[in-house]
Design a protein around this ligand. Structure first.
Ligand code: NAD
Length: 244
């Protein structure tokens, strides 16, 4: 289905990003992973994707750094070709009540989660515009829709992603490029291994469990597919009913 397509997945060395990369590869895409994680983690992800018969490459890249992203996209163009699918998944948390939140806690989270998406879209935009096709999927969060005590920085970054998504969707619609966001609730990854109030949140989820990364990946793969060509500027919750 995605044979010959090239997908860039940020934060793809582990967690949701890795599950997305594997699902896109299963659908036929070649994959570029951008991450700040260890080279061992990158190689492990690449070999899992290669085992599916697809080309894959890992790039050490801090998405919050404009020139690092620019250099990575240059390399991706040389190694794999011009991209068709961009998934902005890289994200961090620095949770604290606002009273205790330091300026650097705010700046670093906005830098990775929001500016990181701007940085990659800046690179993808002219490529997709010229190709007159493309799919951009941004990973937001229900925190960006509902707010969440202790996450002023994270919620602001994830709400920002929604505004960015809708704007890019409007700017690129005439070029047959779609841009959508997904808003997961809780997903079982390293980000949610342990945190204060986990039991309480579980009780607030109608489906009474966290999502598996593979469930998030299936939604992203659908939005990246030809079948999703009439969906743009949308924010799709995938949260077990938590934010309804
Ligand atoms: N886990 C959840 O419950 C949940 C819920 C809603 C949204 N999300 C979002 O899903 C995305 C993935 O989350 P996850 O749970 O897989 O997290 P994770 O911490 O397991 O993985 C995040 C990945 O991003 C990479 N990364 C971090 N900073 C980076 C940077 N500056 N540049 C490039 N890569 C960077 C990490 O190295 C890691 O590989 C994030 O955007 C997160 O906010 C997660």
């Amino acid at each position: 289905m995605m044979e010959g397509k090239i997908a860039v997945v940020t934060g793809g060395f582990r967690g949701i990003g890795k599950a997305i990369a594997l699902e896109l590869a299963r659908n036929g895409a070649d994959i570029a992973l951008l991450d700040v994680g260890s080279s061992e983690a990158g190689e492990a992800a690449v070999s899992e994707i290669s085992a599916l018969g697809r080309r894959a490459k890992a790039y050490s890249c801090d998405v919050s750094d404009f020139s690092s992203v620019e250099a990575a996209f240059q390399k991706i163009g040389e190694d794999l070709g011009k991209l068709d699918i961009l998934v902005n998944n890289a994200g961090i948390t620095r949770d604290k009540l606002l009273l205790a939140m330091k300026e650097e806690d705010f700046d670093s989270v906005i830098g990775v989660n929001l500016k990181g998406a701007f940085n990659t879209i800046k690179q993808a935009y002219p490529i997709m515009m010229r190709k007159r096709s493309g799919r951009i999927i941004n990973v937001s969060s229900v925190s960006g829709m509902m707010g969440n005590a202790g996450q002023a920085n994270y919620s602001a970054s994830k709400a920002g992603i929604i505004g960015l998504t809708k704007t890019v969707a409007k700017e690129l619609a005439g070029r047959n490029v779609t841009c959508n966001a997904i808003a997961p609730g809780f997903v079982s990854t390293d980000m949610t291994v342990d945190f204060e109030g986990k039991e309480e949140f579980l009780n607030a989820i109608p489906l009474k469990r966290f999502a598996k990364p593979e469930e998030i990946a299936k939604l992203v793969a659908f939005l990246a597919s030809e079948d999703a060509g009439y969906i743009t500027g949308e924010v799709i919750r995938i949260d077990g009913g938590m934010a309804m």
